[in-house]
Design a protein around this ligand. Structure first.
Ligand code: IMP
Length: 429
């Protein structure tokens, strides 16, 4: 079955946007299934950089249908900005291929506010969220206060829902956080306007997706964030509020446990993390700084500097398992050029124990130290290389070491931001 699920293997920012754009060349449909504008997916076409937070990265290819799926939380203001950006940059036509699920939840102005208030309330225990209202929007979905895309079709019912939820939020704002209440009229008016602008894109997406499946079209589900930010399977509580793992992609796209899926992990040649939480291979010295500078590791959503370190193989092996990965894509391999030695974390030392498993106890996460395999580095710039066999021997040794370690093939290597800087060892479609 031509269905490929793309999942980040670590803590997000693995370069999923570039890879989704690249493999979209042979796709018919790209679906975002979870998360919202906490994601920042960068695509570079002919030296022009596009950053998408909500719109699937396949939008820059003609004829591909792009779907904002059931499991997403969509901030209408952010989405309208992206739509406007496409219009202003000559992609007006692409908007005819954009569909928003009726079931997707909306990020409301109070969600952003509560994201910030909750983070300040936590003080030293803050999560380091992107501040985009993601947690509070999913909280409302679970506690059934959520406002969905479908609600934009019926202003009377939206009015009643918003009135109720805002009454509740305003009590919290005034009594718990000692902040002024939000104006119902202002938010409602804003949403009347959003409704007019977004209604043309909001549809029942399931028949479109199932029709594509039935006619054997190539479908990509573009995961956002990464395995270790998964609400159930990541470094809880330092996680996002959705399910970036492959199973979450299926759920959020409205698909069941289909057989014969390609589950593709996107893994950076080193590891980074933004926000708080455990990160055993983090390099707090000049190596971390060098990776950050060479890799341009600053958040595409918040601009925050990312924490950087060597590739964490313990996490990678876990990602292979939990996402049932069938192949791996390694990105930003060019960033490692110039290091005389490369280090790959094969195990953790936890106290006097060596472990190949992820810790469960929060304390063990805190004290876990990486056990490294040292490999030779390479000096040369590899960003113009197009064929695997032209890569330096040491680069290929690194890739083949990773392959042996995780026991699945490395299908694609990315050696630069542009579509052209991509080495394909195994076609996805
Ligand atoms: P939230 O998703 O904004 O609630 O943030 C929760 C955690 O996930 C924080 O540590 C964020 O930095 C992290 N996070 C959320 N989205 C991304 C992403 O797209 N890339 C990397 N980290 C992310």
């Amino acid at each position: 079955m031509p269905l490929a699920i793309i999942s980040g293997t670590h803590w997000g920012d693995e370069g999923k946007g570039k890879i989704v754009d690249f493999i979209s060349q042979k796709a018919n449909m790209v679906i975002r299934a979870q998360g919202g504008s906490n994601a920042g997916h960068t695509v570079v076409v002919d030296t022009k950089k596009y950053v998408f937070h909500l719109i699937p990265s396949g939008i820059l290819h003609p004829n591909i249908k792009c779907i904002l799926g059931d499991g997403m939380v969509i901030d209408p203001a952010d989405l309208l900005q992206e739509i406007q950006f496409l219009r202003e940059n000559g992609w007006e036509d692409s908007l005819q291929r954009l569909f928003i699920s009726e079931k997707a939840h909306l990020v409301m102005p109070y969600h952003r506010l509560f994201d910030q208030l909750q983070e300040s309330f936590r003080q030293n225990s803050r999560i380091g969220t992107t501040g985009r209202g993601i947690g509070p929007a999913y909280e409302d979905k679970v506690s059934r206060w959520g406002i969905r895309a479908v609600d934009l079709f019926n202003m009377d019912s939206l009015k009643a829902k918003l009135q109720l939820v805002l009454n509740y939020k305003n009590i919290l704002l005034e009594k718990v956080f000692e902040k002024p209440p939000l104006s119902f009229e202002k938010i409602f008016e804003q949403f009347e306007n959003y409704s007019e602008q977004l209604k043309p894109y909001i549809v029942h997406v399931l028949p479109i997706i199932h029709d594509a499946l039935a006619t054997n079209q190539n479908i990509i589900i573009e995961g956002a964030q990464g395995t270790m930010l998964d609400l159930d399977h990541g470094t809880y509580p330092y996680v996002t509020s959705s399910h970036p793992v492959a199973a979450g992609s299926l759920l959020g796209a409205g698909l069941g446990p289909l057989s014969d899926i390609q589950s593709i992990g996107i893994c950076k040649a080193y590891t980074s993390r933004v926000g708080e939480g455990p990160f055993p291979t983090e390099c707090l010295d000049h190596t971390g700084e060098a990776l950050r500078e060479r890799g341009g590791e600053y958040g595409s959503t918040t601009g925050r500097p990312r924490r950087c370190g060597w590739l964490d193989g313990v996490v990678l092996k876990y990602a292979v398992q939990i996402n049932a990965l069938t192949s791996l894509v390694i990105t930003k391999l060019d960033v490692l050029g110039g290091f005389s030695k490369i280090y790959f974390c094969t195990h953790y030392r936890i106290g006097n124990r060596i472990s190949s498993e992820l810790p469960i106890q929060p304390y063990d996460w805190k004290i876990a130290q990486p056990v490294y395999q040292e490999l030779e580095g390479w000096e040369s710039d590899i960003s113009n290389i197009q064929y695997y066999n032209d890569l330096p021997r040491a680069t290929r040794d690194y890739i083949e070491f990773i392959e042996d370690f995780i026991e699945i093939p490395v299908a694609i290597l990315s050696v630069g931001q542009d579509r052209k800087s991509t080495i394909v060892r195994k076609e996805i479609f």
